[in-house]
Design a protein around this ligand. Structure first.
Ligand code: HEC
Length: 188
């Protein structure tokens, strides 16, 4: 009798432990490691290797005056790119990272060429179709928005997306505020 009860208790513990582990494995958190429960955004770890590079922008510099160009390199998760190619829209939870690089411009055998010298900062947008954080000023218009200095990927220096981001993204309103025409991999 006692042995049965001990066995049943052990079974119950085993089920509880494995059940929890299984649900942790299958419940993929919203936006991976980029968003915490309060809506604080961080730059996701490993985006350079785990994400797909969508494309790059260069802001022209000048070798003569010594002004170096900036390079902006944009990344998104592979499943978000696949979904975009199928549906023409980024799905809920999509994380877009734009890494800003200080460029280094040199006279090379190709001409004046610029490479990515050092990181100057990160812009992150997180797609939110559910209006998850209505009281958080970094969320709205279907996205979470944050900028990070190069030396702190965990804490944003943005305070309000309307003031810090939205005005500059309005020209891309018809494409969900993203300058998507510049990203060849999104084209079917
Ligand atoms: C001065 C204008 C300006 C401001 C301010 C600005 N953006 Fe952008 N952003 C742009 C432009 C233009 C692009 C595309 C061209 C480029 O990067 O040079 C872009 C691209 C991006 C991208 C890549 C995806 C896309 O839309 O093409 C992300 C991510 C991004 N911005 C996030 C943000 C966030 C978050 C903020 C606020 C913290 C912000 N931006 C503020 C103008 C701006």
């Amino acid at each position: 009798m006692l042995r049965t009860r001990v066995l049943m208790t052990l079974c119950a513990i085993w089920l509880a432990v494995t059940g929890t582990a299984y649900s942790q494995m299958t419940d993929r958190p919203y936006a991976g490691d980029a968003v915490d429960a309060d809506g604080a955004i961080r730059v996701p770890d490993g985006f350079r290797t785990d994400y797909v590079m969508l494309g790059a922008w260069s802001v022209a510099g000048d070798v003569d005056t010594g002004t170096d160009v900036g390079l902006h390199v944009v990344y998104a998760p592979r499943d978000a790119v696949d979904a975009y190619r199928r549906t023409g829209a980024f799905p809920d939870g999509t994380v877009l990272v734009k890494e800003l690089f200080n460029g280094k411009t040199e006279a090379l055998t190709t001409g004046e060429a610029t490479s990515a010298a050092s990181t100057a900062g990160y812009f992150v947008m997180v797609k939110d179709t559910k209006g998850r954080f209505p009281n958080n000023p970094l969320w709205g218009d279907g996205w979470g928005w944050s900028f990070f200095n190069a030396d702190d990927r965990a804490r944003t220096v943005s305070t309000d997306y309307r003031a810090d981001c939205l005005g500059c993204h309005e020209p891309a309103r018809s494409t969900d505020l993203v300058y998507d025409y510049a990203y060849p991999v999104l084209k079917p």
